[in-house]
Design a protein around this ligand. Structure first.
Ligand SMILES: Cc1cc2nc3c(=O)[nH]c(=O)nc-3n(C[C@H](O)[C@H](O)[C@H](O)COP(=O)(O)O)c2cc1C
Length: 344
């Protein structure tokens, strides 16, 4: 059996049930989480033949940072539930694979410790109602060497999870996910996610940090354009792994519209959600993504194999991508085009 396909059940046997459920689950009726993987597998390939594929080069850059392959790790909270070293182990695994790490604003490791690893990382931020909190977190991330700010925009309120019994919140200690919250007497209202954001927040973040701003959670071309006009350097086509608005369209379906809206601009397009195979990565790149992010598989790999598990996940996906590029007759990701695909 393919190692990546063993990860979820191997992780389940190591984790408390409530934590495994938290990693796996979607919101509400779990329609979107259930559709995400299948949506990539719906595409069919129209391969080229008689092209020289003896040498495959997967290296690229993301916002100027060189990576060995266009496969990055999505920000996710509760990594210290997966491995005692949490984000530090994730960072080591990502670094060994020559990739980039997304770091959740609800991380269980301090930004300073992550920065000290030297592994390139992007801060994911939820702007909260009390902007003092957000400002202090941004400043700490900049001081620790974050290379970009990823603004999550699909969560003005947190998607409802239909849990019964014990949940991850019954088990989690603050030092597993709130390490980077600035010191202070904060109320729940201070900490609630801001629900009054508009595109001006992109310029505010760029100005505060001096970093490129990547907007995560865009599913429409018109919104992508609004973000670009407001100064975004990148867009992540994402429905948050089906964890916020249930029933939102699969990212495999949303990506072509966003890529088309941003064609000819300098804005880099990324995608996440349901990417589990080299064929899915290739499909995403052909549809216009510069790179993909993986979420749950990285958490499962961290649970099962710590840093080495994360490295193996990324290198296995990279090997599959190279193999698939050979079979489709295209030697470099930058030459992938939508005409290589058709829908079933
Ligand atoms: C357990 C878990 C925690 C997550 N935490 C965050 C988070 O703190 N911030 C965020 O922007 N996205 C978060 N995400 C969403 C991921 O960044 C990503 O969008 C999603 O997992 C991609 O889908 P995939 O898991 O199918 O690869 C989380 C996802 C999971 C599974």
């Amino acid at each position: 059996m393919r190692w990546i396909d063993t990860l979820e059940s191997a992780a389940a046997s190591k984790l408390p049930e409530a934590v495994h459920r938290y990693f796996r689950q979607g919101s509400a009726g779990e329609v979107s989480v259930g559709e995400a993987v299948e949506a990539w597998s719906r595409y069919r390939f129209r391969p080229h033949v008689l092209n020289d594929v003896s040498s495959i080069d997967l290296r690229t850059t993301v916002l100027g940072t060189p990576v060995d392959a266009p496969i990055l790790v999505a920000p996710s909270t509760m990594q210290r539930m997966a491995d005692p070293d949490g984000e530090l182990a994730m960072a080591r695994g990502v670094g060994a694979a020559g990739s980039v790490l997304g770091v959740s604003s609800n991380a269980g490791t301090s930004f300073a410790e992550l920065g000290a690893t030297g592994v390139p990382w992007w801060l994911q931020i939820y702007v909260v109602r009390n902007r003092d909190i957000t400002r202090q977190m941004l400043d700490a991330a900049v001081a620790a060497g974050a290379r970009a700010v990823v603004l999550t925009v699909d969560t003005p309120v947190v998607g409802r999870k239909e849990d019964e019994g014990q949940t991850v919140w019954d088990l989690a200690q603050d030092d597993q996910f709130l390490v980077n919250l600035p010191a202070g007497e904060w109320t729940d209202d201070d900490l609630d996610k801001a629900d009054d954001l508009n595109p001006d927040v992109i310029g505010w973040l760029a100005e505060r940090t001096g970093l490129p701003v990547v907007v995560k959670g865009v599913l429409r071309g018109d919104d992508a354009k609004r973000c670009a006009d407001a100064g975004a350097a990148g867009i992540i086509v994402s429905n948050h792994g089906g964890r916020q608005l249930d029933g939102s369209i699969p990212t495999a379906q949303a990506l072509p519209e966003v890529a088309e809206a941003l064609a000819g601009s300098n804005v880099e397009v990324y995608v996440d959600g349901g990417i589990r195979r080299g064929e899915h990565v290739l499909t995403a790149l052909a549809l216009g993504a510069r790179a993909v992010f993986v979420g749950r598989p990285a958490l499962w790999a961290l649970t099962v194999g710590s840093a080495e598990g994360v490295t193996r996940l990324l290198t296995d996906l990279t090997d599959e991508l190279a193999h698939t590029l050979r079979l489709i007759g295209v030697p470099a990701p930058s030459s992938l085009t939508p005409d290589l695909l058709t829908t079933r």
